[in-house]
Design a protein around this ligand. Structure first.
Ligand SMILES: NC(=O)C1=CN([C@@H]2O[C@H](COP(=O)(O)OP(=O)(O)OC[C@H]3O[C@@H](n4cnc5c(N)ncnc54)[C@H](O)[C@@H]3O)[C@@H](O)[C@H]2O)C=CC1
Ligand SMILES: O=C(O)[C@@H]1CCC=N1
Length: 261
C-alpha cells in the first residue's frame, strides 16, 4: 500500500522526488511558492499546493527540499504538525543536529542527485534515531530514486560534493566529448550518441566486472595505438586534479552552507 507523502519545496529536486514517489504508487502532495510553475507535477498526478502545514500535517512522511536558507523558516512553520513524524531532508549542508534543533521530528539526512528523473540516482542517507521498520520504509522510498546506501553523517558533505553535484561535472565532460567529436567532423547526433553510450557502457562495464578504472583503461590502450595519444592530452590538461578539486570545492561549500540556516 502507498504511503502519504508531502514534498515541501517542489523545485528541481523536490519535483523529481515527487514524481518518482507518485509513479511508485504513493500518494504525493507537493508544495512550492509558485504553483503555476508546477504543471508538469500536476500532469503526473501530484497534488500541488502552497500550504505547507496542511500538506505536512496530512502526510505520513515529509520530504524537505527547500534551499538551505529556507530551512529555518519552513521547519518553524510546520514544526508542530511534523512532531514525531519521519522527515527526510535532502538539503545540502544542514546537519541532523541542526534539523533536530528546529523541530522534534524523526529526521533523515539524505543526498540524492538529479538522476532521480531517470530512476538512477545515487542516494546516500544517514540517521540516528529510527527503528528497524522506519529504516526499512526510508530505504524503500529512497530506492525508488535509484541506488541507495546508508553512511555515517560525517560523510554527507563529501557525498554532496561527489555524487550530489556529480551530474554537473559529468555533463561538462560529456559536452566536451561531443564537441571533440564535432571538431573531428562527426554529425551532431552521432557525436552525442557516441559520447553518451560510451559513458553509459563504461559505467556499466565497471559495475558488472567490478574492475578498477585503471584496469579497464589498460584494456583500451593498445601499445602505439590511438588511445594513448588521447590520454596523454587529458593528463597534460590535468583532468584528474581538476575533477578532484571540483569535488573538494563542492564538499567545502556544503560544509559552510549550514551557516545559512
Ligand atoms: N538540484 C539538485 O540536483 C539537488 C538539490 N538538493 C537540495 O535540494 C534543495 C533544493 O534545491 P533545488 O531543487 O535545486 O532548488 P530550487 O530552487 O529548484 O527549489 C526550491 C523550491 O523551494 C520552494 N520554496 C521556497 N520557499 C518555500 C516555502 N517557504 N515553502 C515551500 N516551498 C518553498 C521554491 O518555490 C522552489 O520550488 C537544496 O537544499 C539543495 O541543496 C539536493 C540534491 C540534489
Ligand atoms: O548545488 C547544490 O547546492 C545542490 C546540492 C547538490 C546538488 N545541487
Amino acid at each position: 500500500m502507498g504511503t502519504r507523502i508531502a514534498v515541501v519545496g517542489a523545485g528541481t529536486i523536490g519535483g523529481a522526488i515527487a514524481v518518482a514517489l507518485k509513479e511508485a504508487g504513493h500518494e504525493v502532495v507537493a508544495t512550492r511558492r509558485n504553483v503555476e510553475k508546477a504543471s508538469w507535477l500536476k500532469e503526473k498526478g501530484v497534488t500541488v499546493t502552497r500550504d505547507n502545514r496542511k500538506a505536512a500535517g496530512e502526510a505520513d512522511v515529509v520530504f524537505l527540499a527547500v534551499k538551505p536558507g529556507k530551512v529555518g523558516a519552513v521547519l518553524g512553520e510546520i514544526a508542530d504538525v511534523v512532531e514525531g513524524k519521519l522527515v527526510i531532508s535532502v538539503v545540502a549542508g544542514v546537519s541532523l543536529k541542526e534539523l533536530k534543533r528546529l523541530a522534534s521530528a524523526k529526521f533523515v539526512r539524505a543526498m540524492p542527485n538529479i538522476a532521480i528523473l531517470a530512476r538512477e540516482s545515487f542516494t546516500a542517507y544517514s540517521t540516528d534515531d529510527l527503528d528497524g521498520d522506519e529504516v526499512e520504509l526510508v530505504e524503500r522510498l529512497l530506492r525508488t530514486f535509484g541506488a541507495c546506501v546508508r553512511v555515517e553523517e560525517e560523510h554527507m558533505d563529501a557525498i554532496t560534493g561527489l555524487s550530489g553535484s556529480g551530474p554537473a561535472y559529468v555533463t561538462v565532460f560529456l559536452e566536451a566529448m561531443v564537441y571533440g567529436g564535432l571538431r573531428v567532423g562527426l554529425p551532431r547526433d552521432v557525436a552525442k550518441l557516441a559520447a553518451l553510450q560510451t559513458l553509459l557502457g563504461t559505467a556499466k562495464l565497471l559495475m558488472e566486472t567490478e574492475a578498477h578504472p585503471a584496469e579497464v583503461r589498460e584494456w583500451v590502450i593498445t601499445p602505439e595505438g590511438t588511445t594513448i595519444d588521447g590520454v596523454f592530452e587529458l593528463e597534460e590538461g590535468k583532468i584528474r586534479t581538476a575533477v578532484m578539486k571540483a569535488v573538494d570545492a563542492a564538499t567545502k561549500k556544503s560544509r559552510i552552507l549550514s551557516k545559512k540556516v
